[in-house]
Design a protein around this ligand. Structure first.
Ligand code: SAM
Ligand code: SF4
Ligand code: SF4
Length: 339
């Protein structure tokens, strides 16, 4: 096991398998910054599956036991089940999951289940078809996403996690609708505070709806009780007192959790990032393609994690300033490292 300067272990790895996405969510890849002909990485510029597998095995040697596949939109990789199948055979990986916008789920859920994927998270910010289209940058339809959820449930991916990024003035009036729809044991909705990731979404602090505000709103109708989370889990979990399942809150802005952050991120081009808000990553693709040995790669990753002192969200809170995105240092874009 390897630990950083604050004794945080390296336990969870998020792998972005592709930077491209078929959606243009306003908080992640705004349409005006990423037009249809935007040049994403070419296939040879991205890590191939054998490279991802080799690196994952090395991360596992350093203590990783939780792996999440993400993107961009990971299901744009039509052969993703092949990678899932290989990862599912690494015995030390206790939890293998995927985050997706759900657009290709109806077609792919079966193959993913058969390949050994343990859990699925789907991002869905509104149940209003027009608002859904507006947030996704005019891409996709709500109807197809809901079909994907149904197929995923039928394949046994329950409880299904639904990620909702909450933006004040955009979808905050929708939240109780989402609560009513998903308040069932088969689903866990997680409300995520809108974050200042990347540099292009024009984030402002006044667009963030603090989780406590949402909890108060829900409790007026459906009493809640907190339940403990697992180590390294970022969502604060609550259950409905009437037994209709649970709901989670990811309060990265109002209650940062850097103190227990055990996550590393591997971008589609093979850069290793120790924080969601990092400016730079360690170029593992270069090492791989220059013929570095496993021992050399392990040593680079170990050194990088051991010198990790990231605590961006806590520092943001310490300064408690309204940092508009033009005041902050350069940061990697969310779609490169997948959340
Ligand atoms: N395309 C997939 C999806 O949307 O689920 C996977 C990649 S996406 C970058 C991963 C997660 O990051 C999604 O749940 C998305 O809602 C979340 N996300 C993106 N930008 C965000 C932001 N500015 N604040 C909070 N969450 C964000
Ligand atoms: Fe695409 Fe996911 Fe970013 Fe939306 S949040 S633009 S679906 S990568
Ligand atoms: Fe982890 Fe960085 Fe997020 Fe803090 S800001 S929780 S260190 S990823």
């Amino acid at each position: 096991m390897v630990t950083d300067i604050f004794k945080r272990p390296l336990q969870a790895l998020r792998i972005s398998v592709i930077d491209a996405c078929n959606f243009r969510c306003n908080y992640c890849m705004p349409e005006n910054e990423y037009p249809r002909n935007y040049k994403f990485l070419k296939k040879k510029e991205r890590l191939g599956f054998p490279e991802i597998l080799r690196l994952t095995r090395l991360f596992v040697e350093l203590g990783v036991d939780k792996v999440r596949l993400t993107g961009g939109e990971p299901l744009l990789c039509r052969d993703l089940p092949e990678l899932v199948k290989e990862l599912a055979q690494i015995p030390q990986i206790m939890d293998l999951s995927l985050t997706t916008n759900g657009w290709f789920l109806a077609e792919q859920a079966k193959a993913l289940k058969e390949a050994g994927l343990n859990r699925l998270t789907i991002s869905l910010d509104s149940l209003n078809p027009e608002l859904f289209r507006k947030i996704s940058g005019g891409k996709g339809t709500l109807e197809k996403i809901l079909k994907g959820l149904q197929v995923a449930r039928e394949m046994g991916f329950t409880p299904l996690k639904i990620n909702v990024v909450v933006q004040r003035g955009i979808n905050d009036s929708e939240l109780l609708h989402l609560v009513e729809y998903f308040r069932r044991p088969e689903y866990i909705v997680r409300f995520i505070e809108y974050m200042d990731v990347g540099t292009l979404n024009g984030w402002r602090l006044d667009q963030v709806v603090p989780s406590q505000e949402i909890i108060t709103q829900i409790e007026k109708k459906h009493p809640l009780e907190p339940i403990g989370g697992n180590y390294g889990e970022v969502a604060k979990r609550y259950r409905y007192l009437d037994g209709q399942g649970e709901v989670g809150f990811i309060s990265s802005v109002s209650q940062p959790f850097c103190g227990s952050c055990n996550r590393a991120r591997l971008s589609a081009e093979g850069k290793f990032y120790t924080c969601l808000f990092a400016s730079q990553g360690l170029d593992l693709q270069k090492l791989l393609r220059e013929g570095a040995s496993d021992a050399e790669i392990l040593q680079s990753i170990r050194k990088c994690w051991q010198s990790r002192e990231d605590r961006y969200s806590e520092e943001r809170t310490d300064q408690s300033s309204d940092q508009s995105s033009d005041q902050v240092k350069p940061k990697v874009e969310m779609y490169h490292i997948g959340g």
